[in-house]
Design a protein around this ligand. Structure first.
Ligand SMILES: [Zn+2]
Length: 294
């Protein structure tokens, strides 16, 4: 089987920081991405939390909520939220190992896409490590369904994500996108696609004290059949591209790179997590191997 990824693990060359507001708290949060050793994975450390265990491993079994983004929690109930756009950027920049120091409960939303994180990682530089990567190879189809949404993963010799969304609003309507890591680039084709929401939902969330940081600066806001953002869309199919970006970030919580083809219909963070749990629950559906160095 040809290598679908660079065989060697990678980390950052230097640490790099950014400050931005949290989507849900509306408060400024500072985050530093730091180099980490081989087989470390991606871990968050809450620098504002006192106690023995401020570290949270970015892993699908630590996902505790998926209502407004993907949130992870450790055994001491220390959490970090809205990690998916950063996880997607780490995947897209080929970063296996990274320690993330963060002084608040959620990753800054930045502009609602992965682009600022890709920029940050490129500023830090990338370092090749000596150990090779682990890959989870999908051996048979696994499907999950819930409330008219569906997600499945099937064997492939690449990493592919094919999604379909279907909204009543004419601003979004039906959109499909097929991402194949062999043919498209995360940075050029997906990283700039922003998250989106409906004006009535944003108002409702803000009345409940949520999404306090949400604005036209960090999301596409749709009202009825119109996009409210002055500059319009970055891609005509920006909505579905963002869903693919979210899916990549969510499945990077597998703890290894996945070799398989994910398909989704109206799927989101909850279904992405359900799919990983269903895949790993069936030991005949996958196998993990370490890539060879050649
Ligand atoms: Zn998103």
């Amino acid at each position: 089987m040809p290598h679908i990824y660079q065989p060697f693990q990678r980390t950052l060359l230097h640490s790099v920081s950014c400050t931005g507001i949290g989507l849900h708290t509306g408060l400024p949060i500072t985050m530093t991405l730091c180099p980490a050793p081989e087989d470390f994975g991606v871990r968050f450390v809450r620098t504002d939390v006192k106690g023995d265990n401020p570290e949270i491993l970015a892993h699908y079994l630590n996902v505790a909520g998926t209502q407004l983004g993907t949130n992870i929690l450790n055994d001491d109930k220390v959490q970090v939220g809205t990690i998916e756009h950063l996880m997607a950027a780490l995947w897209g920049c080929d970063i296996d190992n990274c320690l993330i120091e963060i002084n608040g409960p959620e990753v800054p939303i930045m502009d609602g896409s992965s682009e600022p994180f890709v920029f940050l990682i490129e500023c830090a530089g990338v370092k090749r490590q000596n150990l090779t990567r682990k890959v989870v190879e999908v051996l048979k189809a696994v499907t999950v369904e819930e409330n008219g949404a569906r997600a499945s993963i099937t064997p492939s010799d690449s990493f592919q994500v094919s999604l379909e969304i279907d909204f009543a609003s004419k601003a979004i309507a039906r959109q499909t996108y097929d991402f194949d890591v062999r043919k498209l680039s995360f940075k050029g084709d997906l990283s700039a696609a922003r998250t989106f929401g409906f004006a009535h939902e944003v108002e409702h969330l803000q009345k409940m004290g949520l999404a306090r940081g949400g604005s036209l600066d960090n999301a596409i806001v749709v009202k009825d059949d119109q996009v409210l953002n002055e500059g319009g869309l970055r891609f005509s199919d920006e909505f579905v591209r963002h869903k693919v970006l979210d899916c990549i970030g969510d499945v990077y919580l597998a703890g290894s790179h996945i070799q398989g083809h994910i398909s989704g219909y109206r799927s989101g963070h909850g279904m992405n997590n359900k799919l990983l749990r269903a895949l790993f629950a069936d030991s005949s559906a996958w196998r993990e191997r370490r890539l060879s160095a050649e």
